[in-house]
Design a protein around this ligand. Sequence first.
Ligand SMILES: Nc1ncnc2c1ncn2[C@@H]1O[C@H](COP(=O)(O)OP(=O)(O)OP(=O)(O)O)[C@@H](O)[C@H]1O
Ligand SMILES: N[C@@H](CCO)C(=O)O
Length: 317
Amino acid sequence: MSVFTPVSAAELEAFLRGFDLGRLIDYSGVAGGAENSNFFVTTERGEYVLTLIERGSVEELPFMVSLLDHLHQAGLPVPYALRDRQGQALHRLNGRPALLQPRLPGCHPGEVDASHCHALGQMLARLHLETEGTGLQRRSDRGLDWMAEQASALQARSDEEARILLGELLPMVERLRARRPALPEAVLHADLFRDNVLFEGHHLTGLIDFHNAFRGWALYDVAICVNDWALAEQDGLDVRRAEALLAGYAAVRRFTALEAELWPDLLRVAALRFWLSRQLAAEQHAGQSGVLIKDPQHFRALLVHHRQVTVGLPLAL
Ligand SMILES: Nc1ncnc2c1ncn2[C@@H]1O[C@H](COP(=O)(O)OP(=O)(O)OP(=O)(O)O)[C@@H](O)[C@H]1O
Ligand SMILES: N[C@@H](CCO)C(=O)O
């Protein structure tokens, strides 16, 4: 499991006394996360998730709190920071910034089908429409500049096949950095993998883990989702699931011609970002027990497949 910072029952009871949630009944560390320490907490009033933030700067947290308040008020199924008796949303526990949020119902879909993908596409487009006009601003610490730097560094310590692949990708990253195309922008979740979405059957009940959210190209978020939700058994994309996700999205927000043109590049950029971050995490946590390491090679294989992109964006006629 991935609990980097332990919390004792006495520490949690003291923390909860600041809220109006009744007494602690039970709690347990959550095994699923790879970046933060999470605990499921049951009190006399209900079920909650306590998160201790392990990465990123504290100055960025008010952005996430405001974003989740905004989305919650707009009716999207997201968690949001519960306020204590003093009205405070952000706390500290055991030396870490801490948030307490309601626990959402549902679970991560085991087997993903086209209907899950369609629902996800619709919800992603709603997220973008709800945030495109807000003043919520945050830059990603894993944007194109970071990718260019990390891809060059990885190239220098890789085998020949990876060096060739990175050699193809770096000029594309540089082109996008130089061109800065006028793609539609919104606040992106930027990490909406299957383990950050909850379903009850085919009903989407939760989007969680907004720690990577930032303002950027909406299409990049779509690409991140397609790379995970439409992944085929053999590393390429499953066309049915990819098309269902894109159709769900396009039913709520139409794609533009420029988005259709840059779609193959955005799919590659989205895969590169997670190859690089997984590679760094794998090197950083090598040999440590109890830390969930996600496979970087998976995205490298997907990038080989993405040399030829066969799924296009649906454009309204
Ligand atoms: N509000 C919530 N409601 C229900 N379950 C939640 C909630 N927040 C977190 N979880 C559960 O805890 C797990 C880990 O949470 P989260 O994805 O936020 O952790 P993380 O370390 O930031 O993860 P990641 O691996 O995506 O970086 C989730 O997969 C989910 O099962
Ligand atoms: N969802 C990410 C981890 C968190 O950024 C991955 O699968 O690599």
